[in-house]
Design a protein around this ligand. Structure first.
Ligand code: ADP
Length: 243
């Protein structure tokens, strides 16, 4: 199959977006009953549930740390989440992404506040259409906040891609597959700190810098949606205050 056209004569992308446009995003906090904290996120066709359990006793016991808590993270894609059924069980990619997500989230979780305990974070991709690691981190931070896990900030993330020489925000699966590069970025906005930065493909230094600026601007919007989702979950209605 010849390479499809990714940017049309009007400078628009395959799904009609401008290069700096995010896909429609929906978030909801507190969506699962059997977890201590949970969140759901939709970014275009990507759909993910995040669930948090803990803090609880560490199992297996030898992983327990005397002075701080342990974060455990599992990123998993449902077999039906992709076009070609993904093999059952954890693939190498999922094991790697579990580690990447944990390392990003560890930068904001105050582990010293729960020594000898562990917190499990589950990221379940129900439908994948690009950007699952970034949407997964965004949802996981909401689930951690919902579980009341002490944190210095909430992480927000998106990916910048390069297609036909143009930098594009929040790439979808098609652009990821046929484009030249994919750069996931996760930020702790209050701390002004980049907690995850990867680059798959090739970009010049100038493109990376511009891409980071695009991602930072988008992350402000993503954070607003996260804060709104948390407020919807925890808003106390005036009647509730009076009762
Ligand atoms: P991310 O989802 O964070 O962008 P990748 O760059 O590895 O991670 O994957 C890009 C997209 O490719 C995914 O979002 C998904 O839509 C698709 N994809 C990933 N793994 C598979 C797979 N095993 N089978 C089919 N499609 C996949």
């Amino acid at each position: 199959m010849s390479k499809p056209k990714l940017i049309d004569e009007n400078g628009l992308r395959v799904d009609g977006r401008r290069p700096d446009e995010l896909r429609p995003i929906k978030m909801e906090v507190g969506v699962l009953e059997k977890t201590d904290g949970s969140a759901y996120i939709e970014v275009g066709g990507t759909r993910i549930y995040a669930g948090v359990i803990g803090p609880r006793e560490v199992h297996p016991k030898h992983l327990e740390l005397p002075d701080r808590g342990v974060l455990n993270c599992r990123y998993h894609m449902a077999s039906f989440s992709v076009d070609e059924r993904k093999p059952l069980g954890m693939t190498r990619r999922e094991i790697e992404l579990s580690k990447i997500l944990r390392e990003a989230l560890e930068t904001v979780v105050l582990l010293e506040e729960f020594p000898r305990m562990m917190v499990d974070i589950f990221v379940e991709v129900i439908q994948a259409d690009g950007g699952t690691r970034t949407a997964g981190i965004t949802a996981a931070s909401l689930a951690l906040a919902d579980a009341g896990i002490p944190m210095t900030d909430i992480i927000s993330a998106t990916a910048v891609g390069k297609v036909e020489g143009t930098l594009v925000l929040d790439i979808n699966e098609f652009e990821d597959k046929y484009g030249e590069a994919d750069m996931p970025v996760a930020v702790a906005p209050q701390l002004n700190s980049i907690v995850l930065l990867q680059l798959n493909g090739r970009m010049t230094v100038e493109e990376v810098e511009r891409g980071l600026e695009m991602a930072q601007a988008a992350i402000k919007k993503i954070r607003e949606i996260q804060v709104d989702a948390l407020k919807r979950r925890y808003r106390v209605e005036p009647e509730g205050l009076e009762a």
